[in-house]
Design a protein around this ligand. Structure first.
Ligand code: COD
Length: 275
């Protein structure tokens, strides 16, 4: 059985997710809810009263540290509060040097799943940090069965432009990862050439990644966040976001995500735990 600690979990939109998860997984999942109110049906989950958001987050992270839960899922609390608690040295939850955000995106219009990183944690990564972000995402790909993922370094154009920061960043990452064997890394690449085979045909583009990227690596959080939200709002995508590189996966959903997206994110985290 997998136990999931949920700070701010007794709010209706989170209750909906937990009920959907119990329908999908039955007794294989159990929730520990930390909140100031309890509107849950008794027996379905374990509730612990907490005075406020900070206390809920601290108690949920403590449940992870003590080994009482294997996944942390953000309820209706601030993302920053969760991330800051997870990063506290005394909690010793860092597994890799850098924690990062990986979103599994189901894009119905091209009938594909891709990963997007980092749309929610690292604000302006350096080239060295981007290498770690890529390694974290590749590890996730391996854990869900993608053996040699294709990793596209996003920019606005495929041609190197020394005046364009994302282009320079992509080129620096390419240099650092030239001997990397666990994935195909390629950039700079524009979004269309990374994920659209139609655009590739149209532009007669040829490269190790040509419309078939498994992972989109963004140069900074603003690009990632805008892409995450536009995939959902205009692309009808279902997104599942997790923080990786910690000792347990952390499910980070956005308040505006539908129940389906939140459940998709939880399912993505469960797959990572079941390796
Ligand atoms: N991985 C590992 N350690 C880290 C990371 C990381 N990604 N980020 C910071 N640390 C370590 C630092 O090395 C340091 O030891 C300590 O944590 C504190 O570092 P600060 O002072 O730079 O970090 P904070 O606490 O001010 O901020 C860390 C956040 C992750 C909260 C910050 O980067 C942030 O606000 N990110 C965006 C979160 C957000 O708002 N997302 C929602 C939009 S989708």
């Amino acid at each position: 059985m997998i136990t999931i600690a949920v700070p701010g979990g007794s709010r209706q939109e989170i209750v909906d997710v937990m009920m959907a998860a119990q329908k999908a997984y039955g007794d294989n999942v159990h929730f520990l809810v930390f909140d100031s109110t309890d509107n849950l049906a008794p027996g379905l989950w374990t509730y612990q009263y907490c005075e406020d958001e900070e206390e809920s987050v601290a108690a949920a992270v403590k449940a992870i540290v003590n080994g009482d839960a294997q996944i942390l899922m953000k309820g209706l609390v601030q993302t920053r509060t969760v991330l800051k608690e997870v990063l506290k040295k005394e909690n010793d939850l860092r597994d890799k040097t850098l924690l990062s955000h990986v979103t599994l995106v189901h894009l119905p219009q091209i009938d594909r799943q891709i990963m997007l990183t980092d749309a929610a944690m690292n604000i302006e990564p350096t080239a060295d940090q981007l290498v770690q972000i890529i390694e974290n995402a590749v590890e996730v790909c391996h854990s869900i069965g993608i053996k040699t993922p294709k990793v596209a370094l996003l920019s606005s154009a495929e041609k190197f432009n020394p005046k364009m920061p994302s282009s320079v960043l992509a080129s620096e990452v390419m240099t650092r990862m030239k001997d990397y064997k666990q994935a195909v890394i390629y950039g700079p690449l524009s979004l269309d050439l990374a994920i659209s085979e139609k655009a590739v045909r149209h532009k007669r583009f040829e490269a190790p990644i040509a419309g078939d990227a498994d992972v989109i690596v963004v140069p900074n959080i603003d690009v990632g966040n805008a892409l995450y939200k536009s995939f959902v709002i205009v692309g009808n995508a279902v997104n599942g976001g997790t923080i990786v590189g910690a000792k347990v996966p952390i499910v980070l959903t956005s308040r505006s995500d539908e129940t389906e997206s939140k459940l998709f994110a939880l399912d993505f985290a469960i797959k990572q735990v079941q390796v």
